[in-house]
Design a protein around this ligand. Structure first.
Ligand SMILES: Nc1ncnc2c1ncn2[C@@H]1O[C@H](COP(=O)(O)OP(=O)(O)O)[C@@H](O)[C@H]1O
Ligand SMILES: N[C@@H](CCC(=O)OP(=O)(O)O)C(=O)O
Length: 371
């Protein structure tokens, strides 16, 4: 089979799912973890920047605590994660040390991405760790992440990390060979090798949630691939147990399912599109949709029809067409009550209506990330 030709391969993020790190008994799959560490250590020695996003804290905690099923309540999951995360890190620390390498634990929540200052801080820390040849071992901070601040799955976390550090390749390792064109196990179902666009058909293949210990199944892997595609990096979903899978993928072997990047959004627009917390919605008319989409214009008050939510100036909002479809996200120059008052008005009327005018635009095009 033809090799995959990457334009650059310096920085890779590898995410490994719970289903590949723990057995159904909840105990750690030591052979799998050893194989993973060996390959990552080798890539590091070759001079690549390597970041590991690891799941398995809840799964490993379940094993240690003797739980037969995934705990239902959030505090129980958090308690299991608190136990399991320690076990995981101990294992990584020990195995990487055998190859003379140092790991550093990084636990993140949605807020670390949603707040621009924290986002930039996290980027700085990760960059510094890479400069110091430390291998970042990253997971969600499950013990403190309650619903409001939780990402909830490590596929999205890995994609956001990959975008954060400007990686070239994101590898999502799981218990399947890739994305199947039918339910895995169905006779005749095959792995789709290359994907250039995520459309409804691809999303429909994702099915429901994944394995007994995993969280999001294929749905979250496809969401992750979408983030990565807009961030200009290749994503591959492959089987963790495939011998030497990481090294072979990096050398271009066409294993698993590869998602190829589309147009790369600039850094700030990526943050607006995928990381910032969405605080409200602005509905705009057809003329404004065309101006944004086709002419790359800023959003002016005249195109605004309806405002939803109690957002402030500087917050990120969804921009919707009148059918309720999200067409963009952007940072607003005015708070919701002000936009409510200037909606439908000409720019020249802003000062008269509000008594002042700080900006002509509701959202400037530099702060607008289109779908
Ligand atoms: N079209 C599909 N192709 C491949 N796997 C699928 C598909 N639809 C659902 N899945 C499920 O997704 C699971 C992997 O997701 P998950 O258990 O969350 O893994 P991980 O723990 O590795 O993140 C597979 O075991 C499979 O059952
Ligand atoms: N942070 C959680 C992992 C959540 C998750 O996404 O799991 P998975 O679907 O196995 O990648 C944990 O460490 O158990």
């Amino acid at each position: 089979m033809e090799k995959r030709n990457y334009s650059r391969m310096q920085r890779i993020v590898v995410k490994v799912g719970s289903s590949s790190l723990t057995y159904n008994t909840g105990k750690l799959n030591i052979c799998q973890i050893e194989a993973l560490v060996r390959q990552l250590a080798d890539l590091h020695n070759r001079g690549l920047d390597v970041l590991l996003v690891t799941s398995g804290a809840v799964g490993a905690g379940m094993g240690k605590l003797g739980f037969k099923e995934r705990p239902r309540t959030i505090p129980e999951k958090q308690a299991a994660a608190a136990v399991g995360q320690g076990l995981l890190l101990h294992m990584y620390e020990k195995l990487f040390a055998e190859y003379g390498l140092v790991v550093g634990q990084v636990l993140l929540t949605r807020e670390d991405f949603a707040d621009r200052r924290r986002f930039l801080n996290a980027r700085h820390t990760l960059q510094t760790m890479l400069n110091m040849h430390i291998i970042p071992v990253i997971n969600e901070n499950d013990t403190v992440a309650v619903d409001e601040i939780k990402l909830g799955d490590n596929d999205n976390l890995a994609a956001m990390v990959a975008a954060l550090v400007d990686a070239d390749l994101l590898i999502l390792l799981s218990d399947v060979d890739g994305l199947y064109d039918d339910k895995p196990g169905t006779p005749g179902a095959r792995v789709i090798r290359e994907i250039h666009e995520i459309n409804g058909e691809i999303e429909a293949l994702a099915g429901g949630v994944g394995s007994a210990v995993g969280t999001g199944g294929m749905a979250t892997k496809i969401q992750a691939a979408r983030i990565a595609m807009h961030s200009g990096l290749v994503t591959v979903i492959a089987r963790a147990a495939e011998p030497d899978v990481i090294r072979r993928l990096v050398s271009g072997e066409p294993l698993g399912t590869a998602f190829w990047p589309s147009v790369k959004l600039v850094n700030k627009k990526r943050w607006i599109a995928f990381s910032a917390t969405v605080c409200g919605r602005i509905y705009i008319d057809e003329g404004a949709v065309r101006a944004l989409r086709e002419k790359g214009k800023s959003l002016l008050p005249s195109g605004v029809v309806k405002v939803e939510g109690d957002f402030e100036m500087g917050n990120t909002v969804s921009v919707m067409d009148l059918t309720g479809k999200e067409i963009a996200r952007g940072i607003v120059n005015y708070a919701a009550p002000e936009i409510e008052r200037i909606k439908g008005k000409q720019t020249s009327e802003i000062a008269m209506v509000l008594g002042y005018k700080d900006y002509d635009e509701v959202i400037h095009r530099d702060n607008l990330a289109l779908e």
